[in-house]
Ligand binder design. Structure first.
Ligand code: KG4
Ligand code: ZN
Length: 333
């Protein structure tokens, strides 16, 4: 690939982010303004509040990304933004900003798929990494097991039939009174005070193909607490987390065995989970599978991954037409 400097923008949910990445792998800057505080008192992301906050933050965040990279619009080869999946009004802010810069500066615009971006976080983590890979993308909205056969060539092996893994973390955390966002709260409590073997929660769909289901596990937690109101919240959190991690790791490793692909990768907010990361490190240490785990800031929503994937999409497919709309339920394949 020729040397390409890309400005990436991410506004699909409640993070306003911009980043400068060279050649799809080298991060010059990555700025993330989280709106979590704005949504916390509602217990989840409020779409209108997210859109408005993106509008207020986007110009400063883009400017900051240029300043931190010591760069300017003149040095860019392309401008990219996530065009789906995500909240329509939130996506529109980042995509509109990217298109405006594209027109004003005569730069190609690249509309990016949010999950494909999560997958490319691993390429930033390990600049030598190349497909084929088996990847687990676990976020607030999605749980996907994907075989990446080549750049731009994906097979979705499995996905959730109900709640996403992050959604289950957020719902269980809310039920336990741990606030929003729930994943980091459960992770912390489980790590500091919880006994993961205290309660044996079900491992839904374990050993049954590549799809996932988390809604029954959430119900099992609710039923357990109703029956045992005195139970220790940290033990519940740790036991719930252990059930999720068992299923995720089993299915990821199972997919690698079945496809014969020996490098596995995780991405998305739930890949920041310390118990999941510890288990994946064990899998890697066991020998026959290579495990690439992006750093935590690359797992949760960020724009470096957007700029990274855009360099590949631009080289392979050329610019995205400016008429291309945002697509809130955009499919990967
Ligand atoms: O990828 P992401 O930042 O945004 C989406 O694309 O959805 O993922 C957000 C999700 C939330 O559900 C959040 O609770 C979860 O990732 N999450 C975690 C952790 N950090 C974020 N879940 C478990 N453990 C964590 N440490
Ligand atoms: Zn995400």
């Amino acid at each position: 690939m020729n040397r390409v400097r890309v400005l990436g923008i991410e506004t699909s949910c409640d993070e306003t982010a911009a980043a400068i990445v060279d050649d799809g792998r080298l991060v010059r800057s990555s700025v993330v303004a989280s709106q979590a505080d704005l949504h916390a008192r509602y217990g989840g992301v409020v779409p209108e509040i997210a859109s408005r906050a993106h509008v207020e933050l986007i110009c400063d965040v883009i400017e900051q990304s240029l300043v931190e990279a010591g760069s300017s619009f003149d040095e860019l080869e392309a401008i990219a933004a996530v065009r789906g999946p995500g909240l329509a009004g939130a996506l529109l802010v980042g995509v509109s900003a990217a298109k405006a810069i594209s027109i004003a500066r005569g730069l190609p615009y690249v509309g990016v798929h949010h999950h494909e971006a999560h997958l490319y976080a691993a390429m930033i983590e390990d600049p030598e990494l190349e497909p084929p890979l088996v990847t687990l993308i676990v976020s607030g909205g999605h749980t996907l097991l994907v075989a990446m056969d080549d750049h731009g060539s994906y097979r979705v092996l499995g996905e959730t039939v109900d709640d996403a893994a992050g959604e289950a973390f957020d719902k269980v955390a809310r039920f336990l009174g741990l606030g929003y966002p729930g994943g980091p709260a459960i992770d912390r409590l489980a790590r500091e005070e919880g006994d993961a073997e205290a309660i044996r929660f079900p491992r839904p769909m374990r050993g049954e193909g590549h799809d996932f289901s988390f809604s029954g596990l959430k119900t099992a937690v609710v039923q357990y607490v109703r029956k045992h109101p005195e139970a220790d919240v940290a033990d519940i959190a740790a036991s719930f987390q252990a059930a999720v991690v068992d299923v995720l790791v089993d299915k990821l490793v199972g997919a690698a065995r079945e496809t014969g692909i020996d490098t596995i990768v995780a991405g998305g907010g739930v890949a920041a989970n310390s118990a999941l990361r510890a288990r994946l490190v064990e899998v890697g240490a066991a020998g026959d599978l290579r495990v690439v785990l992006p750093g935590i800031a690359l797992c949760t929503d960020n724009a470096a991954m957007v700029a990274a994937v855009a360099a590949y999409r631009l080289a392979a497919d050329g610019p995205t037409p400016l008429e291309a709309p945002v697509v809130p339920n955009l499919r990967l394949v």
